[in-house]
Design a protein around this ligand. Structure first.
Ligand SMILES: Cc1ncc(C[n+]2csc(CCOP(=O)(O)OP(=O)(O)O)c2C)c(N)n1
Length: 374
């Protein structure tokens, strides 16, 4: 019996969440289930609110899934809207445990992995720890007890607990790029990096982008730019970049984002056009959360260029035709006020990507050196 079967037996009819690699098998099964309506959310806080709204409107228990780094995004609605003292709407949360103590993972995951139990305690939740040995019957019993008591339940799922996913991205119906016309991703990253004005700063976001830029870095003998990979803090790379740009408005500061990251926190970028600075936001839109299973985002239905225009960017364009790429990037480089470029891409095509090759503190030191703060 799979976790999806267990949720169906527990009466769950709706699930929402943000994808996580630990939960890839579960999410793929969930999205194929005819018994559970699902919605991939832009942000974990929204997933919680969507599920709570559905639960309140139907009386059925609802499920929320996320990576543990997404729980802080969900804490505010969980505590301030749905806790017993407020609207009292219990949920079933399935949380992937990156950075579990005793495992080896990236630094940002180890920080969150160590904090997750404390966050759950704050919510008054005693989670059930799920690994490859956990019997389905114990999950059923745990859900029955918490649901009967009208309390929220949490399954904290270790890496490897769900086995391996059977389908590859290209075979799957539920995880594919969404656009008919796209720019080759390798070409796009290469062109962006080649067209950077000398002395630019590049903030690259969670997902493949940071790792693709690291790959590009590793192939350069000498760099004329500084790179800050934002492997954690999904969605916030652009605000980080805007902050740095506002401190050095004459320097070219780029943020290379994914569509999932942009959807998560992108409206916060409405502060950028208020300032005169050489900030350039490039969203590499492949229509999915490519790095965590390829599950679709809603970017095929959203118009990023209109959104950017609505936020006040006076230069906002989309490229899905490779022959226009170089020209667009030259224009981006020349802009001295905030600029926004969406590049529609296909699925990842770099092959194996590196993980951070040196401590993130070294990347920060490069930046500090470049602004004479070391
Ligand atoms: C707050 C938070 N939620 C979820 C994740 C898990 N996660 C890592 S990368 C990623 C997908 C990012 O999608 P996108 O920005 O489109 O980049 P792509 O993977 O397509 O390169 C997700 C959901 C995370 N790291 N942080």
């Amino acid at each position: 019996m799979t976790l999806v079967d267990i949720l169906v037996r527990a009466g769950v009819k709706f699930a929402s969440g943000v994808p996580d690699s630990t939960l890839e098998v579960f999410i793929a099964e969930l999205l194929e289930s005819p018994y559970i309506d699902h919605q991939i959310a832009a942000c974990e806080g929204s997933a919680v609110a969507l599920a709570a709204g559905h639960a309140m409107a139907t009386g059925h228990p609802c499920c929320v899934f996320m990576q543990n780094s997404g729980l802080p995004n969900a804490l505010n609605p969980l505590l301030s809207m749905f806790s017993p003292a407020v609207y009292d709407i219990p949920l079933i949360m399935v949380i992937g445990w990156r950075g579990e103590p005793g495992t080896i993972d990236e630094p940002q995951h180890m920080v969150m992995g160590n904090h997750i139990l404390k966050f759950l305690e704050l919510l008054g939740i005693s989670p059930l720890l799920v690994n490859a040995e956990t019997a389905p019957a114990s999950i059923e019993a745990y859900l029955a007890t918490t649901t009967r008591a009208g309390r929220s339940a949490t399954l904290l799922v270790s890496k490897g607990a769900m086995g391996a996913r059977k389908q590859t991205i290209s075979q799957s119906e539920i995880s594919r790029g969404n656009f008919d016309k796209t720019v080759d991703r390798v070409t796009a990253i290469d062109a962006i990096m080649r067209n950077l004005p000398v002395n630019s700063v590049v903030f690259s976001s969670t997902g493949y982008t940071a790792r693709e830029v690291m790959l590009y870095d590793s192939q350069m003998e000498k760099r004329s730019y500084v790179h800050i990979p934002c492997v954690g803090g999904m969605g916030f790379a652009s605000s980080f970049a805007i902050g740095a740009s506002s401190a050095n408005p004459k320097r070219d500061v780029y943020c290379l984002d994914g569509d999932g990251a942009f959807l998560m926190q992108g409206l916060s970028n409405s502060v950028a056009p208020l300032r005169d600075m050489r900030f350039k936001h490039i969203v590499i839109n492949n229509g999915c959360h490519n790095s965590v299973g390829g599950f679709s985002t809603c970017s095929h239905a959203a118009d990023f260029v209109k959104i950017a225009g609505g936020m006040g960017y006076t230069w906002a364009y989309r490229i899905d035709d490779q022959s226009l790429l170089e020209k667009a990037l030259k224009e981006v480089a020349a802009r001295n006020t905030p600029a926004f470029l969406e590049i529609r891409c296909g699925l990842q095509s770099f092959g194996k990507l590196p993980r951070p090759d040196r401590p993130l503190a070294d990347y920060k030191a490069d930046y500090l050196n470049s602004v004479n703060l070391v």
